[in-house]
Structures are given as C-alpha cells and as structure tokens.
Design a binder for this molecule. Structure first.
Ligand SMILES: Nc1ncnc2c1ncn2[C@@H]1O[C@H](COP(=O)(O)OP(=O)(O)OP(=O)(O)O)[C@@H](O)[C@H]1O
Ligand SMILES: [Zn+2]
Length: 678
C-alpha cells in the first residue's frame, strides 16, 4: 500500500503536456499522406501499366499469330503474304487476307505437351525459319511478290515494346518525381530523401501556421519585454545601423521545457512580420558526417535570401555542448555542426537583418564560444509563470472555451504552482474534453479540477478496496488535511480525496496562497508536520503502521536534510554549506561537498531531531483534535472527495492563521536564487 499524499500539483515527469496537441510547429515534420497510401498508389500505377500493356499486345485485333514454317510457306504459295521482315531465324510478316490459326483441323492432333493455342485471326504473323532453309527461299519469296522489308512489320508494335520494356521504369521514375515535388513543396521529406545537406528548416508562416503575436504569449512579461527591441530592429533595421551600431545577432532563450520559448520566437517573427525558419538542433545531426554542417549552411542561406528573417534553433544544447565534452562517437559531427553555426554567425554582419534565436534549458553546458559577443550574446530567461502569469496564460487559452459562471481562473492559477504554459494549455484542453464527454455545454470548475488531478496523478484507477482499507486511507488523508488546517503557516488545504489515482490511493492537495520564493523555517516545519500527518493519524487511530507513508517519509526526509545541509537551519551546524545547490532546471544536482565523518553524524542527528519533533507535534495535534478527524473521515467515506469549503464545514475548523506572506513581486534574480520546490 502506498498513498503518497500532500502532493502539490507539481509538474510530474510524465505529464502528457505537449506533444499530442495541435501545435503547428510539428506540421512540417510528417508528410501529410501516410506512407501506406503511397504504396497503394504505387501499386495501382503498376497495375494500370500491366493492363495497358496486355491490352495493346494481346487484346488488340492486330496482334500477330504465331504460325509454323509450313503454314507460312503455304500462305506464301497462295500469294497471301505481302511482306516479311526477318531477323535471324525469326520472321514477321503481313497477310493479304486475315488468317485464322490454329484451324479446327490442326487443333485436334496437337501434339501432347504442345502448348494449347487459342485459335485467333490476324493479318500479321510471326514464325521461325528452320536452319535448313536453302538459298532458294529468297527466290521463292520474290516469285510470290513478297516484299522483304527492312523494318519491323508490326507498326503498332513500338508502343507495346515501349510499354513492356520501359513502362515500369518510366512509371516508377514519374512516381518518384511526383513524390519529390510534393515533398519539396512541403519542405519536409524532400530534404532527407534527395538532398541530405538541405536543411529541414520549416518556414512556419508558409505552413499555414497561424500567425503568432505577443497577444498569444502571457505570463512571461519580462522575457517578452526584452524581445520587443528585437522586433523593433527587424521592422526598422536602418534606425539601428544608421550610426554604425551593430544589431543583435543571436539571442539565447533559457527556460524550463514548455515555458513558451518557441512560442516567443514565433511571436517575435509574427510581430515583425518576417519569415520564421525553425529547426531543432537535433535534426542537424544525422548519422552521416558532414550533413549537419551542410544543413546549417543551407538554413542560413535560405534565411539570408529572405531577410529580414528569424532563424530559430530549438534545443541548441544538443549540438552546442562544450566541445571536447561530448561522448565519444558523434562528437566530431556535433563539433562540425557547431563550428558551422559559429562561422555563419560571424559571417553575416548583422545589417542583413537575420536574427538567430536559440532555445535551451541547459545553458550551463553550452560551449563558451557560442556565448561570445557577436554570437548568442544576449540571454533572455523565460521563467515558469507565477500565479498572475498562470492566470494570464489560462485566460489566453480559454479565449475560445465556453466557461461556466463558476469557473474561477485566479483560483485555478493558485492551485497550479510549478505548471508551465504548455502544462496549462494541456489542462484547458483536458478540461474541455472532459466537459464534452460529460455532455455539458460549458466547462465547469469541476472539470478543471478533475483534469488537473488526472494530469498530476494519472487517471482514476478502479480498485476494489475493502471497507477497512478505505477507512484506513481516509484516516491517513484526514490526518494530512487536519494538520494542514491546524498548523500555523501551512498551505491551505484545497481538496482531499480517497479515489485511487495513478500511484496514489488518496491525495490531499494544499495550495500555496502566493508563489513563494523564500521559505520561512516555520513554513518548512509546518510542511513536514503535515507530511507526517498521514502516518500519525494511523498510529493514533489504529496503533499500527503500514507502508502507506513511504513517499511522505521520502519527502519529509529530503526537506529536513535540505534545511540542515543547504539552508543553515541547524543551530549545531550553523550556516555551513554541506550540499550543493540544485540546478533549477535539472532537479537534484549530483556530487557532494566534502565534510568530516563527525559532521555527517551531526547531520543525521539534526535531521532526525527535526523529523522526530514534527512527528511528535503531529501526534499531539491529532490526539487533541480526534473529533474533527473522525468527522472528516466519515464525510470522506461517504463522499470520497471534499473541497476546501466542505472540509471546513464538516470539521468546523477555522482556516489556519497564516504567516506573514511575502509581498508579491519580490522575485529572485534570474534563475539563481529560486529555492527548488519541495
Ligand atoms: N507563456 C505562454 N503563454 C501562452 N501559451 C504558452 C506559454 N508557454 C507555453 N504556452 C503554450 O504551450 C505550447 C508549447 O510551448 P513552447 O513549445 O513554446 O514551449 P518551449 O519552451 O519551446 O518548450 P521546449 O523547451 O520543450 O521546446 C505553446 O504552443 C503554447 O500554446
Ligand atoms: Zn500520506
């Protein structure tokens, strides 16, 4: 049994955030026609070819009949042959009057094993001369006025030959030409099939991609503001270069996945009204060495021809890794590609009006050469949106969604810390699908909540649980929830459920009132008390323990360890850094800092002290408020899911007093000081 609780709707690794969505930027990736259908067309073409050939050769009235030499000689003797053409032993010829062969008479004694031939009538024939034909043969023909022709007799035959001989080849070639044209028009496959060195860059605006403007970008205002200047430059390059100043060439967009880097780049192009060439860096590098560099050249050439324009290189870290650090194999190819990008960027003056935007979520691994002046010397950080940002993004994506009156976007924004723009877009989409499935005309708040739960925890799991199990789960979740209400400084409890979902058998959601960028110690302790509340409730009620607290224990231990090792919250150890800071984009960083064994023991002691203290506090509070806990559990067993209002109603508890909140707007600089979410 495992019921990780108190999950914050943090972005989970398997959030099906982006990908399946109609995103426009993937449009050029695939041919619009599935390969299977192309094979069908190919087959059809071959079939048509076959039947045409058969018709012309077999079905035609003038198809020659094959006659024995004796019959041929007879017909010549009768004066019924006008002309022949001979090549080696084979002769073709034309009758005066059509002849039917084989005749009914000759058919009967047909030799066993001889191929049965259907009687046919024709004015042309073929035959084979026996080797013993003497010199008198020619005279014999002349006597019977047979013209000996220098050219093949069967006039219609060249077509047959052509189709038989070259038809399939011609059709195949035509088919490929057609395929290539199509692909070239789409800018997709043609590149990889026929011109490896062609960049597969897609001109977004030509693909029928909707024009994106800053209107479509929300919640990342700082990044947006920094790009306004780029737009201005593209619109009016002369203004900048008039006094000899040089224009921006490269801008690096840094931010977590799904924060809208691609969207921003498109918006810059859209605002400036210039072509947008986009390409993922991973696409540059193929198995064949040298291809990457050629593609880069081609990409820049295209962009320059259509300047002013924007080149967008996604995931630049996949080729821009510091040289020499790349894993063996493929490294030289990456290096070449990277060098080509550097060369191209040095090559244009900046007056040409080509601006290169590149995106990455790992700026620290990039080769320093990429970041030098004249290259990607500007860096724009795209942060995960804060509460107001999330609200704005939800507004953008619900523009076309019919929302019911009960939908509270600010509330939704406050329950979704850690979600990116792409996640929020996905949330709106899931909620709309859910509402449609429920035959509603509008999307309700409940649809959003259910969609969020599904995204964060996975779909509901139909588990058949005994009454005893359900009760135990209800007490566990009830413990988390009650403590969330009782402990000063804890996040408000937003929702409790004992519906199994994904890995969890039950969930208690708490939502921060504001985005916090700086966490007071009391808040951290309140969180640990809440995390330990599930197990504590089980102990108070049943006096026994289960495995259900595994992920609670994991989270609480991590938090306590960070308090001691990173945030100087142990009096015994003081403000000594014992664990490295975490990369905000990569989660926990590897490596550890050196310290003595004695310190290690002290760390363990201090962590244990925090955990034990919080555990005792949880037990004490729950014993004291057993009545409220029982009431909450009764309601949970009955209704399975309770929201904030219902929880306060059934427990009769007032919302817990809050610690002083940080004023909104206090933000860390860039990506530096943001505490990793817990
Ligand atoms: N700030 C935002 N405002 C509005 N929509 C957003 C925002 N951020 C992301 N989205 C939505 O999410 C989609 C995907 O975002 P986008 O591809 O721009 O993210 P990204 O940062 O480039 O991600 P990746 O690093 O994975 O390439 C966008 O098309 C857009 O619909
Ligand atoms: Zn729990």
């Amino acid at each position: 049994m495992k019921w990780p609780s108190q999950q914050e709707p943090k972005k989970s690794a398997n959030t099906p955030a982006r990908g399946g969505l109609p995103d426009g930027r993937n449009a050029g990736n695939q041919m619009s026609m599935p390969p299977r259908r192309m094979w069908l067309i190919f087959l059809a073409v071959l079939l048509v070819n076959y039947f045409l050939a058969r018709y012309l050769s077999g079905g035609g009235a003038d198809a020659p009949i094959t006659v024995p030499y004796t019959v041929f000689k007879e017909e010549v003797a009768k004066g019924n042959v006008t002309a022949i053409y001979s090549q080696g032993e084979r002769i073709e010829g034309r009758f005066v009057k059509a002849v039917t062969w084989p005749t009914a008479a000759t058919e009967a004694p047909a030799k066993a094993g001889a191929r049965a031939q259907q009687p046919r009538t024709s004015t042309t024939f073929e035959s084979t001369l026996p080797v013993f034909v003497g010199p008198g043969f020619e005279q014999f023909l002349i006597d019977h006025k047979v013209e000996i022709s220098a050219e093949p007799i069967q006039s219609g035959n060249w077509l047959t030959t052509l189709i038989f001989g070259f038809g399939p080849a011609i059709f195949i070639i035509a088919f490929y030409v057609w395929l290539y044209r199509r692909a070239a028009r789409q800018g997709g496959m043609g590149g990889s099939m026929f011109g490896l060195g062609k960049s597969k860059a897609r001109r977004y605006d030509l693909e029928g991609g909707e024009k994106v403007t800053f209107e479509d970008v929300a919640g990342i205002d700082e990044a947006e503001n920094e790009l306004v200047e780029v737009v201005d430059f593209l619109k009016n390059p002369a203004k900048y270069t008039r006094l000899g100043g040089s224009a921006p060439k490269g801008v690096l967009l840094v931010g977590a996945p799904g924060t809208g880097k691609t969207l921003l780049a498109k918006a810059v192009a859209g605002e400036a009204g210039v072509p947008f060439f986009s390409m993922s860096a991973a696409e540059f590098v193929e198995m064949i060495v040298g291809v990457g560099a050629a593609r880069v050249r081609d990409l820049f050439k295209q962009a320059r021809e259509q300047a002013p324009s924007i080149i967008f290189i996604d995931e630049i870290d996949s080729i821009g890794r510091a040289r020499g650090q790349v894993a063996i194999g493929g490294s030289s190819e990456q290096e070449q590609t990277l060098n080509q990008i550097l060369t191209e960027m040095d090559g244009f003056s900046g007056r040409e009006g080509v601006i290169v935007l590149a995106a990455t979520n790992q700026p620290d691994v990039l080769d320093k050469a990429l970041l030098r002046p004249g290259r990607f010397d500007r860096r724009v950080v795209v942060n995960l949106p804060d509460k107001n940002g999330r609200e704005a993004i939800l507004k953008v994506h619900t523009r076309k969604t019919p929302l019911a009156a009960d939908v509270d976007l600010p509330e939704l924004a406050s329950t979704t810390p850690g979600l990116s723009g792409a996640d929020l877009k996905n949330l709106v989409n899931e909620a709309a699908l859910l509402a449609a499935r429920r035959d509603q005309e509008q999307v309700h708040q409940k649809d959003f909540n259910d969609a969020l739960e599904k995204i964060v925890l996975g779909p509901e799991r139909p588990l058949i649980l005994s009454h005893a199990d359900r009760e135990r789960i209800a007490y566990h979740e009830g413990g988390h929830a009650i403590l969330g209400l009782l402990v000063p400084g804890a996040d408000p409890v937003h929702r409790v459920t004992i519906v199994p979902r994904g890995q969890a058998l039950g969930v208690t959601y708490q939502r921060p009132q504001t985005d916090r960028y700086n966490y007071p110690e009391a808040y951290l302790l309140a969180r640990i008390v809440g995390m330990l509340g599930g197990r504590a409730a089980e102990e108070v009620v049943y006096g026994t323990r289960t495995t259900g607290a595994e992920s609670d224990i994991e989270q609480a231990s991590n938090l306590a360890r960070n308090m001691v090792m990173r945030w100087g919250m142990s009096d015994r150890l003081g403000m000594v850094q014992l664990a490295p800071r975490q990369n905000p984009y990569l989660g926990a960083a590897g490596g550890s800092l050196p310290y003595s064994e004695e310190t290690a023991r002290t760390v363990d002691d201090e962590v244990q002290k925090i955990i034990h203290g919080c555990h005792d506090r949880a037990l004490g509070l729950l014993r004291e408020h057993r009545g409220q806990l029982d009431a909450l559990v009764r309601a949970l067993l009955e209704r399975e899911t309770l929201d904030e209002k219902e929880i306060l109603e059934v427990t009769g508890l007032p919302p817990a007093p809050r610690l002083n909140e940080l004023p909104e707007g206090i933000r860390p600089r860039d990506d530096e000081d943001k505490l990793p979410l817990l």
